[in-house]
Write a protein that binds this ligand. Sequence first.
Ligand code: ADP
Ligand code: MG
Length: 241
Amino acid sequence: MLTLDNITKKYRDKTALLHVSLELDCGIYGLLGPNGAGKSTLMNIITGNIRPTEGCVFWDGTDIQRLGGSFRSLIGYAPQQQGLYNSFSGRRFLAYMAALKGISKKEVRDEIERVLSYVNMQEAADRTIGSYSGGMKQRILIAQAILGNPRLLVLDEPTAGLDPKERVRIREQIEKLAGNKVILVSTHVVSDIAPIAGELCFLRSGSIADRGTVEYLCAKYGDSRDVEEVYMHIFGEEGQK
Ligand code: ADP
Ligand code: MG
């Protein structure tokens, strides 16, 4: 289980997160909020890439700062940025990431095939990433995140820039991953995550505006069955960004 305890993050005089506390058990969670809400900052703190100004992140009750390397092998992270490895083939990129994750030489070949087949990328695996479509790039990013079958999966805007068909495909692939793990997915598009998420967290200007199941949120913010309206209610016009 992942616990965020009173996380605040300041970049000089800019407060990106303020007193964020969350407990996430196994399941799929949508982290929703417009540009600048603090989603990527929160994900970078959860994955240990940046340190909070205040507060702690716990995995099964232990501060992740104390877990060090063993926490690394337990998480999979697909960052929002992509295109850093355009000259690598998909397979070579995965081999490189597997090495960084400490996956043994003995296991690496099978593990790469497993993650490639998971995201339906076997056929394109030997092409360079630079030649991939946006959706294929996202799928290879998801593939590297699931190397080693992590118990905590953090996907930062995995559907950004994709067309509607590709968005559905990514959503279905995330749904397939659910099981005995915590999956946190950020987006500003409600329909990308609401159909598969056990819970939605709305992040507004660095604070949790509300969180809960789709049913709970719809009941709270009106009698509509449409969670888009919940999003509009919480973020208004600024939510379109
Ligand atoms: P989101 O992912 O929801 O778009 P971010 O976490 O990227 O939000 O950003 C939250 C806020 O923090 C924004 O106002 C952004 O400009 C600011 N911010 C993010 N990273 C930095 C940084 N390295 N230095 C200064 N400000 C930053
Ligand atoms: Mg972001």
